[in-house]
Ligand binder design. Structure first.
Ligand SMILES: O=C(O)CCC(=O)C(=O)O
Length: 316
């Protein structure tokens, strides 16, 4: 199992992000992330942010599963949330005393606002610094995240680059390169394989072919998650506080402007799929079912060949 690359050098980190032939994940150590590392205790955050209501995921399971929805969305005042996350057992709860919490900040209007720590949590925003891996006009969002100990988020990819800054707690990292898409049973941007550490190989046999890149993110470290790299991240024995910053590495016009989560497909791809769906619909209307069935299978052969040729092209 390869490990995720690690470096202490900001210059090297910038080079890996900006050199189109590199762009692999890495953990950057020794970057000064600011006063947050000392200051962000649960009491400090509770007193600075107060009772602002925040929307959270709550689950009895330690592995949150977006596809099978083993969690509910709830709302808590921020100061209650942070104290509940900091404990493993709570007297006040939604489903059970040892339920798990996961907070991923959104904007004040959760349907339209893009998460931004400076706008939505201004009282703490100056405490944190992130490494200058991209030019400022490419910035998209800064997402404040807090989770209970031993809590895993589902495996997924994002369409934008991002850097995850770990302020408090330790995280276990598993990542897969984009070409492992064939082995991860993807539904949209998420994998159906929830227990990625011990997959059920009878149901998901192809996972055996995926290459697991593993690592550990400690307080003060920054993880570069390149666009399209699948990631599965779990907080370990203590609750976790992080911030991640998303940016648009390609031409800004390729990205959906209101992509709240940084995971909407790029516009050139959504156009392609839209045109294909329209053409298939027309085919279906014009021809009898036996021909449609035959031609959509021909289309699959066409795509399989196209992929083989494309793989050869990018190998050379
Ligand atoms: O650190 C986490 O809990 C998840 C981070 C993540 O999924 C992301 O940065 O896209």
């Amino acid at each position: 199992m390869p490990t995720i690359y690690e470096t202490d050098s900001l210059d090297e980190a910038i080079d890996i992000v900006q050199d189109e032939n590199k762009r692999y994940p890495f953990i950057l150590h020794k970057f000064d992330i600011g006063a947050c590392q000392e200051k962000w205790t649960s009491d400090y955050l509770a007193s600075k942010i107060g009772s602002k209501p925040v929307r959270i995921h709550v689950s009895q399971d330690d592995m949150m599963d977006f596809v099978r929805k083993n969690f509910t969305y709830e709302t808590l005042p921020f100061n209650k949330l942070i104290h509940r996350c900091a404990r493993t057992t709570n007297d006040e709860y939604f489903v059970s005393p040892n339920e798990h919490y996961y907070f991923r900040a959104l904007g004040d209007n959760q349907r339209t606002d893009i998460a931004n720590i400076e706008k939505h949590f201004p009282s703490i925003a100056n405490d944190i610094k992130y490494p200058p891996l991209f030019s400022p006009e490419k910035f998209f969002s800064s997402v404040f995240r807090i989770g209970s100990a031993n809590t895993q988020l589902w495996t997924h990819y994002d369409i934008m680059d991002n850097v995850l800054i770990q302020v408090h707690g330790t995280k276990r990292l598993i990542m897969f390169k984009p070409s492992d898409i064939d082995y991860l049973y993807i539904d949209g941007d998420k994998s159906l394989v929830n227990n990625i550490e011990q997959p059920d190989f009878d149901t998901y046999p192809l996972v055996r072919h995926a290459t697991y890149y593993t690592g550990t993110l400690q307080s003060g470290d920054c993880l570069f998650i390149p666009a399209l790299w699948f990631h599965n991240i779990k907080s370990l024995d203590t609750y976790s506080i992080s911030l991640n910053v998303f940016w648009r590495h390609l031409n800004i016009g390729f990205y959906e402007p209101q992509d709240l989560y940084g995971n909407k497909d790029l516009i050139p791809f959504s156009r392609t799929i839209g045109q294909l769906a329209k053409s298939l619909n027309e085919l279906d209307k014009q021809l009898p079912p036996v021909y449609v069935d035959f031609y959509i299978k021909r289309l699959r052969c066409y795509l399989d060949n196209y992929i083989k040729e494309y793989e050869k092209k990018i190998e050379n």
